[in-house]
Ligand binder design. Structure first.
Ligand code: TYD
Length: 207
């Protein structure tokens, strides 16, 4: 009866977390480990459909409350169809973002929404990662890297430098809120330097 391991990567846009999640996934696969790489918003068919509603279009498209409900609808589908089945068979599940993103992003936009996010998480998700790596990068570098991609998915990036600054503060507060689950990783430097920090942080923690 293996239970798997649920690892999430968090950080502001352009922090490099998606690259690091993929690198770790590929390294584990090369070692013959049963690993699954997934992402939010998305990670299952229905959740990917909801993703398009969230990341494309006008920044003012949804009210903050509606947006939170869409994130949780997507997350619930992702949890039911991708994360839990993989954990049940004993896999290491690596998710690029999870509930902490909603805590930080939607909480950064409107602080009083954090309680709503925590309540919805408790009611509809009820699962925390076994471990969360928070990649920290300064706001300007993150914004530059994010917009340079020109992905057409810039709804959140378009909120600007002040918002990036709030995100960084939000992620720092998360490290204090969940000191045993969350580990901060310095996102400065090139990809392989950060990858080494990630592997060091994971030493002795992965099953
Ligand atoms: P993501 O695909 O991780 O974008 P990136 O690769 O640029 O980091 O996430 C898309 C956007 O959605 C990103 O700007 C963060 C935002 N987001 C939230 O605001 N709340 C959430 O709960 C999640 C999962 C993402």
């Amino acid at each position: 009866m293996s239970e798997g391991f649920f690892l999430t990567f968090e950080g502001a846009d352009g922090s490099g977390k998606s690259t690091q999640a993929r690198r770790l996934f590929e390294a584990l696969q090369a070692e013959g480990v049963d690993a699954v790489l997934t992402r939010e918003p998305g990670g299952s068919k229905g959740a990917e459909e909801i993703r398009r509603l969230l990341v494309e279009g006008d920044p003012g498209r949804w009210s903050a409350e509606t947006e939170i409900l869409l994130f949780f609808a997507a997350r619930r589908d992702h949890l039911e169809r991708t994360i839990l089945p993989a954990l049940k068979r004993g896999a290491i599940v690596i998710s690029d973002r999870f509930s902490d993103s909603t805590r930080v992003y939607q909480g950064a936009a409107r602080g009083e929404l954090r309680e709503l996010v925590d309540t919805l998480h408790r009611l509809m998700i009820g699962k925390e990662p076994d471990l969360t790596l928070v990649i920290d990068i300064d706001a300007e570098t993150g914004l530059k890297r994010g917009l340079a991609r020109n992905s057409g998915e810039d709804r959140f990036e378009e909120l600007g430098a002040g918002f990036q600054q709030k995100l960084r503060q939000g992620y720092r507060a998360l490290l204090t809120d969940f000191p045993t689950r969350c580990i901060g990783i310095d996102g400065k430097g090139d990809e392989s330097m950060v990858a080494t920090r990630v592997r060091d942080a994971l030493k002795g923690r992965l099953p």
